[in-house]
Design a protein around this ligand. Structure first.
Ligand code: G3P
Ligand code: MG
Length: 271
């Protein structure tokens, strides 16, 4: 087992309010104002249990993480198409089975103290988050051509492990196909379309998909764009925001939630 330097009982950051109140779309979705990105990716290796533990220690109440399928169709938390950047493995994640992936080290690349950290299954992530009281924002991040299957597996696993009496996971994706499938299978779960630059068809697309949130690359947002999005009744999530001043500006414009690699820092910037 890897040594993990972030204890379960670390005190949360001393922050202002993380709730979106006022009855708008974000309040209805129960979205907090800060969402940990890939856990707390600035403090621990992204998309590992160590990163989710760091987010919990920071006081995050929601974390975003990416989910892909293995060659044997198991859902795991992982961002890239290939293994090299965040593990000691090589090649494409889609070509390896869960058993093969579990032999890889997904922590040592970040800092030696995290060596031995595993690529976690979706089930393991949800179990951990349930235990620490954090709500998941599951990004469906299909490998090419696996959009439908990824959505099916994620909804099946999450439905089995996430208690119906808890606020449901927020599902988000760049993949419109994955979001369509998720709607069929879990019609009551909130969903968000992720975009980089606002595409010209964002209004039609969000309406057709029936999503409740638009997750925008923060660099491309402006007060005018935020105002336009707000008028449609969508909640606005901005990614990835690691600077306190930028977070305060985005909140002031009307962004509901910012996704951050450093939820500890951004929670500390809450008014
Ligand atoms: O969910 C927002 C953000 O995570 C999307 O980009 O590449 O970090 O998954 P990426
Ligand atoms: Mg992501």
């Amino acid at each position: 087992m890897p040594h993990d330097p972030i204890p379960d009982n670390a005190p949360p950051a001393d922050t202002g309010t993380d709730d979106n109140d006022g009855g708008g779309p974000a309040a209805l979705l129960g979205l907090p104002r800060v969402i940990g990105h890939r856990g707390a990716a600035a403090s621990a290796p992204e998309n590992t249990v160590a990163s989710f533990r760091a987010a919990a220690a920071a006081g995050a109440t929601m974390v975003e993480f990416d989910v892909k399928l293995t060659s044997d169709s198991q859902a795991v938390a992982f961002h890239d198409e290939t293994l090299e950047r965040t593990t000691n493995g090589q090649g494409r994640i889609r070509d390896l089975s869960l058993g093969e992936l579990r032999r890889l080290d997904a922590g040592g690349w970040f800092e030696p103290v995290f060596a031995g950290e595993e690529i976690p299954t979706l089930e393991a992530v949800l179990d951990f988050l349930l235990g620490v009281g954090i709500r998941p924002n599951i990004e469906l991040k299909p490998c090419p051509g696996r959009d439908e299957e990824t959505a099916r597996v994620v909804v099946a696993v999450a439905s089995a492990c996430w208690p119906a009496h808890r606020p449901p996971p927020l599902l988000s994706s760049f993949s419109r196909e994955a979001l369509e499938v998720a709607r069929e299978l879990a019609p009551t779960w909130p969903r968000g379309l992720i975009v980089d630059r606002l595409p010209p068809d964002w209004q039609d697309a969000t309406l057709a998909l029936g999503v409740s949130a638009l997750h925008c690359q923060q660099r491309h947002l402006s007060p005018v764009a935020v105002e336009e999005i707000r008028r449609t009744g969508l909640a606005i999530v901005a990614w990835t925001v690691n600077d306190s001043d930028r977070a305060r500006t985005l909140w002031k414009w009307g962004v509901d939630a910012v996704v951050s690699d450093s939820p500890d820092v951004i929670l500390g910037a809450l008014p």
